[in-house]
Design a protein around this ligand. Structure first.
Ligand code: ASP
Length: 346
C-alpha cells in the first residue's frame, strides 16, 4: 500500500532529548544541540518529498525537565498550526515521552491528525544512532494518508520500528533501542520494508466536533507506591499535604492493599474530604479489579476509582487533566472510570 501523498506538510517540533544531544567539550556530558545542527546530520529528510517545517524549543531540554506548563505550550502550538499541517512530529527525550504523549492525548480534543512523538537512545551524530530511522519513519507516518484522510488521528509514540498509542506506552528500557512497551494494548503499526498499520485499532474521536485544546491541568496530586512495611506516619503525612486534590495509589496485583485499618481509614477520611484516589496496579501488565480480593473491597467502598489497565503515565496525566476541569467530584470520578482517549479497556 502506498500510504504517502508527496505533497504532505509536516511540522517537526523539537523539544530536545538524546536524539539532538552531543558531548560537551568541557564536561563530556550530553547536552542538547540546536535543531539546525540536528537536521544537518540527516540530509535524507530533504529527499522525502514531504514539506517539512520546524519549530524548536529554545533552549532545547532534557525531557526530565518536561512539565505541565510545557505540555500546555505544545498543545497551543499544535492548535496554532493545526490547519497548516497534515501531521506533527514531536522530537522528545525518552525519559518522559510517555507522560507527554499521555497528557497531549487528553489536552487535544477531537484530534483528527497524527501527532507522533519520537526520539532516540543514541544521539543523531553517533554512527550507530537509532535516531535516523525513528525520525524518518515518524515523518512518514505523520504524512501517511488514505482516501484523502490521515491514517493516524491520535497521539502516538514511534520507536524502534513500532507505532504505539501514546497513552498506552511506558519507557521500560534505558539501554535497548526498543525503549518503549505498550503492555496492555497492541501496537498500531510495524515498520519493516513497509509500514503496516493495524487499522482496526486506530483511535477515532467519538465526537466529530472541531479540533480544540484544553490545557487546564491541576498538579496538586501525588503518586503513592505501596510497599510492604509502609509506615502509618508516612502515609498520613502525605495525605495531610495542604491542597492535595488527587492521589494515584499504586497498589499490588489486581488493585490490592494491606488490610491495616489505619490505611483504609486514612484513605476513606481523605476521600470524604474530597481527595480523589485512582487505583493503579504496580504490575506492568494486567488490570485493577477491585472486589476480586478482600484486600481491595474496602477501597471501592471508600470511593476509590479503578484505573483498570491504565499506565502510571496516563493515570497521572488523566488525573491532572480531570482535576483541572470545572466538574463536580462525582463527574471527575465518572470520567476517570471511563475510557476517554483509548487509554483504558473496560
Ligand atoms: N535524558 C534524556 C531525555 O529524556 C534521555 C533520552 O532522550 O533518551 O531527554
Amino acid at each position: 500500500m502506498n500510504t504517502m501523498e508527496n505533497s504532505a506538510n509536516v511540522l517537526i517540533i523539537y523539544t530536545g532529548g538524546t536524539i539532538g544531544m552531543k558531548e560537551s567539550s568541557e564536561t563530556g556530558a550530553l547536552v542538547p544541540m540546536k535543531f539546525e545542527q540536528l537536521t544537518d546530520e540527516i540530509p535524507e529528510i530533504k529527499k522525502m518529498g514531504i514539506n517539512i517545517d520546524s519549530y524548536a524549543f529554545n533552549p532545547p531540554i532534557d525531557s526530565s525537565n518536561m512539565d505541565p506548563i510545557l505540555w500546555g505550550r505544545l498543545a497551543k502550538l499544535i492548535k496554532k498550526k493545526y490547519m497548516l499541517y497534515d501531521g506533527f512530529v514531536i522530537l522528545h527525550g525518552t525519559d518522559t515521552m510517555s507522560y507527554t504523549a499521555s497528557s497531549l492525548s487528553f489536552m487535544l480534543e477531537n484530534l483528527g491528525k497524527p501527532v507522533i512523538l519520537t526520539g532516540s537512545q543514541l544521539p543523531i551524530g553517533v554512527l550507530r544512532t537509532d535516531g535516523k530511522e525513528n525520525l524518518i519513519t515518524a515523518i512518514e507516518i505523520a504524512a501517511a494518508q488514505k482516501d484523502g484522510a490521515p491514517i493516524v488521528q491520535e497521539v502516538c509514540v514511534y520507536f524502534s520500528s513500532r507505532l504505539f498509542r501514546g497513552n498506552r506506552t511506558t519507557k521500560e528500557d534505558s539501554e535497548q533501542f526498543s525503549a518503549f512497551a505498550s503492555h496492555n494494548f497492541p501496537r498500531l503499526a510495524k515498520a519493516g520494508t513497509d509500514i503496516v498499520f493495524n487499522e482496526d485499532l486506530l483511535h477515532r474521536s467519538k465526537n466529530k466536533g472541531i479540533f480544540n485544546i484544553n490545557t487546564k491541568l491541576c498538579d496538586d496530586i501525588v503518586v503513592i507506591t505501596l510497599f510492604p512495611g509502609i509506615q502509618e506516619k508516612v502515609f498520613k503525612q502525605i495525605l495531610a499535604i495542604p491542597d492535595l486534590k488527587g492521589v494515584v495509589l499504586q497498589t499490588y496485583g489486581s488493585g490490592n492493599i494491606p488490610t491495616h485499618p489505619w490505611l483504609i481509614n486514612s484513605v476513606k477520611e481523605a476521600s470524604d474530604n474530597g481527595v480523589i484516589f485512582l487505583n493503579v496496579t504496580q504490575c506492568s501488565g494486567g488490570r485493577v479489579m477491585m472486589g476480586q480480593y478482600e484486600t481491595s473491597c474496602e477501597l471501592r467502598k471508600a470511593g476509590v476509582v479503578s484505573g483498570h489497565d491504565i499506565t502510571i503515565e496516563a493515570a497521572v496525566t488523566k488525573l491532572m487533566f480531570l482535576l483541572g476541569q470545572e466538574l463536580s467530584i462525582k463527574e471527575k470520578k465518572m470520567h476517570l472510570d471511563q475510557n476517554m482517549r483509548g487509554e483504558i479497556c473496560i
